[in-house]
Design a binder for this molecule. Structure first.
Ligand code: ATP
Ligand code: MG
Length: 400
């Protein structure tokens, strides 16, 4: 396709850790490209995903508006595996075209009207270009200075205009959007998230998606002894997290009756940990059925009595699968800040009746003994109960 002198809007993506992947790199890149294509399906037009040396370029259909290109850039900024997303002009390999594109790029920008300092940074992935990087910097910089009167600051510019000379074309762009970083979803396998309606578990899910896991979700509801609010919250949280990984499955376990049996066993102070172990056993059963290789929780060390070191040890003992706890070393304020950034905080803060309130002893045990827990479980026949609970799942899907 011949490129007109004015060029076309496109989107340029900088990869994160994928570039460290040595021999496996191609597999990771292909996974990332597939995830990008899936994320862009909603636009309804074909996006041409081109792997270049260390970057991915998204070519949009001819005549795509700048606004649409911006929307594409925003959408891919949620896809894990990318560190920078630039809305760029793609122009012919000709210094005049590059200069024109740079001028065009800065038109109507508020910071340009304010007179910000700037620098041009050129890179040549193809050394056959008629100008060296330095000559290109000077030519483009001179033209920007003539047109807009902006001061050059090579050390600490407020605005950077980047010129990337590639094999078939040149990309011109400014700062862009920060991506999520991490690895492409699916490149690390599958896991099952224990999803409450709270603040922590959605952040834990996000963190593990960003490490390349594809996740599904399991929620324990106190029904028939609580309302369904927690289900709706957990459901809304799952849907809010789909912008990062695409479709996820969401199952609810009706847990109220099992909780009553735990309560009836009389060991009040151990009830919370006994219930957590039953949740984990049930989740492990579900994980086996969907071939997930790990469980994920939002535990953070010492945050509540069930998250002391002894109680975490007692929870690990309940299952064979690894329990991933990405928030273990984070403060609540850090978790809240991340929940706000990824758009789950508002949902988590809605009121609900968590199933955990059914079993809230006044003085919960902070150092549960595994033998005591096993005794309760023998009386409950916890292994069999976990299988029954896994059989009683209900899946909640979006309509249509
Ligand atoms: P969160 O904000 O995620 O609810 P929390 O600070 O309230 O966490 P706990 O209630 O002790 O802490 O829960 C610890 C973890 O156990 C949660 O992060 C979640 O992974 C899991 N969990 C707790 N309750 C439920 C539930 N009703 N359904 C599924 N998982 C749950
Ligand atoms: Mg909770």
């Amino acid at each position: 396709m011949a490129l007109s002198a004015l060029g076309e809007p496109c989107v340029l993506l900088k990869l994160g850790e994928v570039v460290l992947k040595g021999d496996n790199r191609e597999v990771f890149e292909q996974r990332l490209q597939a995830n990008i294509r899936a994320a862009l399906k909603e636009f309804g037009f074909k996006v041409d995903v081109r792997q270049r040396h260390g970057v991915i370029a998204l070519f949009l259909p001819e005549g795509t508006s700048v606004e649409t290109a911006d929307a594409v850039a925003r959408r891919v900024s949620y896809v894990p595996g990318l560190v920078w997303i630039h809305r760029a002009w793609r122009v012919a390999k000709d210094p005049e075209a590059v200069t024109k594109a740079a001028i065009e790029l800065l038109a109507d920008r508020e910071d340009v009207k304010r007179g910000v300092s700037f620098a041009v940074r050129s890179r040549r992935r193809d050394k056959r270009f008629p100008l060296t990087s330095m000559q290109l910097d000077r030519q483009v910089g001179g033209a920007i200075n003539d047109t807009y009167g902006l001061p050059v600051d090579l050390r600490r510019p407020e605005l950077t205009v980047s010129v990337e000379v590639d094999r078939d074309e040149v990309f011109v762009h400014t700062d862009g959007l920060a991506g999520q970083g991490g690895l492409p979803v699916g490149s690390s396998g599958r896991a099952l998230v224990l999803m409450s309606g709270g603040i922590d578990s959605p952040v834990a899910a996000y963190r593990m998606m960003r490490r390349g896991l594809r996740v599904d979700f399991l929620h324990f509801s106190g029904i028939p002894f609580t309302t369904s609010e927690s289900i709706y919250k957990a459901y809304a949280l799952v849907r809010a997290l789909e912008k990062f990984q695409g479709r996820a499955r969401f199952w609810v376990v009706p847990f109220g009756k099992a909780q009553q049996s735990i309560k009836a066993s009389g060991q009040d102070r151990l009830a919370v940990i006994a219930q957590r172990r039953l949740m984990l056993k049930t989740a492990e059963e579900v994980a086996h059925r969907i071939r997930a290789g790990a469980l994920i929780t939002g535990d953070s060390l010492g945050q509540v009595s069930s998250q002391t070191l002894q109680n975490i040890t007692a929870q690990d003992d309940a299952v064979d699968l690894p329990i991933l706890r990405p928030l273990i070393g984070l403060d609540k304020s850090e978790i809240i800040a991340e929940a706000r950034r990824i758009g789950t905080l508002e949902i988590s803060e809605l009121p609900d009746e968590d199933c955990c309130t059914l079993l809230a002893p006044r003085r919960p045990e902070t150092a549960a003994k595994i033998d005591d827990l096993k005794l309760i479980e023998r009386r409950l026949d916890a292994e069999e109960l976990a299988v029954q609970l896994a059989d009683s799942l209900q899946e909640y899907k979006p309509e249509g």
